[in-house]
Design a protein. Structure first.
Length: 510
């Protein structure tokens, strides 16, 4: 048997532990799980900081987890610990993370909303496959309502059409209601207005009226499913729409937390955000025509476990790379980009990368970054052709791409900004402020992108086939056939300078 692995999530409403063991490609066996409420979100979304008392409580819980993990033979430094929106938005985030490290030995990774989407995707897809639910044949929406944010994924026939992290969480809404002395009806109005403002964006990515599978993830969704589906012991609940809405009406009859606790036999932390969470699910559900809600009993913690214990990590990476490109393509379509040119430049970039990455000292992990950069390099044409590289940088840096975190998106926006023009990265103050590893990646990948873009200067995809050869001082691109490529030859002369500067090889187009 393999050694158990442990993950901890520090969320807006609590700290949660999960210990599991890999079973050689089968569903991971859960060995231990614990959850303790702590009001991190209430601190942050009210005052902007995590208070001393809340931090002390969080440390006390984590120390308890250290002892609990010893029983499984797992050390603190072997445990993956993530923090979501509460710590992410706290102004004293760095000292809090440092205090946790010093006191408990846990190293906290503060993840962004897109990484939450990535982990949620892993967890949900794994859970659904054991229920024989095929997302490849249906349009689906996956929603997870948390204390600080709502994570949404739109999936069109198995391909990610959109991924969003919305600042719509139960704790945030509670704090705003407390400030305004609002009631439940005010909360419904606020939620409805928020969702209405995002409806057009979501509909552009995937027509919500065509969604066939509504997948709800999260503690409150699971609680509702277990109450409605009380007699069923399953890892995935199927709740008809009418029963779900009837349950919400029942919850509304018990407006106080104490009444909800007594009636539904739930804890204080479970009752606290129950109604608001269910209303958010309900309002999103109203945008669709689904008749049933699918509620898998899973979480981003399961996603973390899967990421660490994957039987075939290469298969998961290949699947994620495909979803990243699907998301990037959808973004390109949103801004009416030239897909034929984007795909052609992408193909050339990957051919150069795959042929030369060992000789040129480029890490294999950079391949997907280059691929997305090639797809989106001209996206700024939507705003204006002149200086469109600047607009590409802006659009990419302010967009969400499934599977890529903010740092990776920043790198891609930088690469796109240097695909044309005379400004080189070394002359840019923003480039200089980035970590050295990112600067090197930007230099190398931008130089490849400039060459690939030059090879389709006409936007006619005239170069159908070519070979690459590397000599002591030059990279020769030998085009097969006899296409008319005078524009491409001129472009290589103009745009091969960065490649020559970075790698020391002159580009020769034959």
């Amino acid at each position: 048997m393999t050694k158990p692995v442990a993950v901890i999530e520090i969320g807006s409403t609590g700290v949660r532990l999960l210990v599991a063991q890999s079973t050689n490609g089968h569903k991971n066996e859960i060995l231990d799980k614990s959850e303790w409420p702590v009001s991190l979100g209430r601190d942050v979304f009210t005052t902007g900081t995590i208070s001393r008392n809340t931090l002390l409580l969080c440390l006390q819980i984590l120390k308890r987890f250290v002892e609990q993990l010893k029983g499984h033979g797992i050390k603190a430094e072997e445990t993956t610990v993530i923090a979501t929106s509460a710590i992410r938005e706290a102004s004293n985030r760095d000292p809090v993370v440092d205090r946790i490290k010093v006191t408990t030995g846990f190293t906290v990774q503060v993840i962004d909303g897109i990484e939450e989407n990535r982990l949620m995707y892993l967890a949900v897809m794994d859970s659904l496959k054991y229920e024989n639910i095929n997302v490849q044949q249906h349009n689906s929406i996956i929603i997870e309502v948390g204390g600080g944010s709502t994570e949404i994924m739109l999936i069109e026939k198995g391909r990610v059409a959109g991924a969003h992290s919305m600042r719509l969480g139960t704790v945030i809404i509670e704090q705003q209601l407390n400030t305004m002395l609002g009631a439940t009806d005010d909360a419904k109005h606020y939620i409805n207005e928020f969702i209405s403002n995002t409806k057009d964006t979501l509909n552009y990515e995937l027509n919500l009226g065509n969604i066939q599978q509504f997948i709800a993830v999260g503690a409150e969704a699971n609680l509702a499913a277990r109450v409605i589906d009380r007699n069923k012991n399953t890892s995935c609940h199927f709740i008809d729409r009418e029963s779900f809405e009837s349950f919400i009406e029942e919850v509304q009859k018990f407006p106080s937390i104490e009444e909800s606790m007594a009636h539904f036999q739930i804890s204080h932390s479970e009752a606290q955000g129950l109604l608001l969470s269910l209303v958010i699910y309900q309002q999103f559900m109203k945008l669709t025509n689904v008749s049933m809600i699918i509620v898998p009993e899973t979480s981003i913690r399961e996603g973390l476990i899967i990421r660490q214990t994957a039987f075939d990590a290469r298969e998961i990476k290949a699947e994620f790379d495909e979803q990243i490109i699907a998301s990037a393509r959808n973004l390109l379509r949103k801004y009416r980009g030239d897909e034929k040119h984007a795909d052609f430049v992408r193909m050339i970039c990957l051919k150069i990368f795959d042929t030369l990455h060992a000789e040129l000292g480029i890490e294999q992990d950079a391949r997907s970054i280059l691929e997305v950069s090639a797809m989106l390099h001209d996206i700024g044409m939507f705003i204006r052709a002149s200086d469109h590289e600047i607009h590409s940088k802006y659009i990419i840096s302010h967009s969400e791409i499934f599977g890529l975190n903010k740092d990776e998106i920043t790198v891609i926006s930088q690469i796109a900004s240097y695909h044309r023009g005379s400004l080189h990265p070394q002359e840019d103050s923003q480039y200089k402020s980035l970590p050295r590893s990112d600067r090197l990646m930007i230099l190398k990948l931008a130089s490849i992108l400039r060459v690939a873009d030059a090879l389709d200067r006409s936007h006619q995809q005239r170069i159908k086939d070519f070979t690459l050869s590397l000599s002591s001082d030059s990279l020769t691109i030998r085009v097969k056939g006899n296409p008319y490529i005078i524009l491409e030859k001129m472009a290589i002369t103009d745009k091969g300078d960065l490649f020559e500067s970075v790698f020391g090889y002159k580009i020769v187009l034959v």
